[in-house]
Design a protein around this ligand. Structure first.
Ligand code: NDP
Length: 249
């Protein structure tokens, strides 16, 4: 009963790696056209070429640091005309930095996590929602985490940012009641991506330990969930998909 996404315009943040890249690949298979956003331009370019060649879709890349909020505000108005009417926004970009107790949190790391995971998501959502409301169609999918509700020592800022994403998403759903715009949170458990390498700042041993013995989720497992939510019939609004790796506590 999947609904076709052919020719839809889908904007994905954090498309250069992990879950965002896997979502771009799976959406491309459905025939959707894609706007790929991240900082690493060469990765976006490589993905664009691959997807356009394999699926005959149109893609547009935007090299952007999402911490630059004035530029985030200009992202959608600055798109080429053919890409301006965003049908689906996937707010996926995000990161954790460090795993220190709150009293030892690095002040710069706090800002990076809050700006990337929360502030840019709120601003990009605001900009996309305006157009969706005018067209009375759209879907906003925010990548949260089990960390929104499963809090742990050393996770004060990251857990806080993901609690923000889940609460923001649910509040947004209420704001948009009475429109055709759907709102979804996706809340993964441990997914093996570059996430842990970044969190532990290149300490490979610490990064690997996160996935040890739990057969982690893959980026494609989460992309499946994103595409599932996006392809439900119009009367079905998936509010949140919470998933764990099977052996994860
Ligand atoms: P990756 O590190 O593989 O991907 C993160 C993506 O975010 C990259 O494409 C990166 O692109 C982008 N990004 C990070 N900072 C910025 C920035 N300042 N500006 C623009 N883009 C940025 O991690 P995942 O795929 O695992 O993470 C995706 C989402 O999933 C995140 O929100 C994360 O919190 C969430 N999540 C991940 C889990 C996991 O276990 N992996 C579990 C639960 C949730 P670039 O560096 O090129 O800018």
């Amino acid at each position: 009963r999947a609904v076709s996404l052919a020719n839809k315009i889908i904007l994905i943040t954090g498309a250069s790696s992990g879950i965002g890249r896997a979502a771009a690949e799976q959406f491309a298979e459905t025939g959707a056209n894609l706007i790929l956003v991240a900082r690493r331009a060469e990765r976006l370019q490589e993905l664009k070429s691959k997807l356009e060649t394999a699926f005959g879709i149109k893609t547009h890349t935007v090299t952007l640091d999402l911490q630059d909020i004035p530029k985030v505000e200009k992202l959608i108005p600055g798109l080429p005309a053919a890409f301006q009417e965003v049908d689906i926004l996937v707010n996926n970009a995000g990161l954790a930095l460090g795993k220190a107790p709150a009293q030892d949190n690095d002040v710069a790391d706090i800002s990076v996590m809050l700006d990337t995971n929360c502030k840019s998501l709120a601003v990009l959502t605001k900009c996309a929602a305006k157009g969706m409301i005018a067209r009375n169609r759209g879907h906003i999918i925010n990548i949260s985490s089990i960390a929104a509700s499963d809090h742990y020592a050393g996770g004060s800022i990251y857990c806080g940012t993901k609690a923000f994403v889940t609460a923001f998403t649910d509040s947004l759903r209420h704001d948009l009641v009475g429109t055709n715009i759907r709102v979804t949170a996706i809340s993964p458990g441990a997914v093996q991506t570059e996430f842990s390498n970044i969190r532990f700042k290149g300490n490979q041993e610490a990064a690997d330990a996160v996935y040890s013995g739990i057969q982690p989720l893959t980026a494609d497992d989460i992309a499946d969930q994103i595409v599932y939510a996006a392809t439900r019939p119009a009367n079905v609004q998936i509010a949140d998909i919470i998933s764990y790796a099977t052996y994860q506590a």
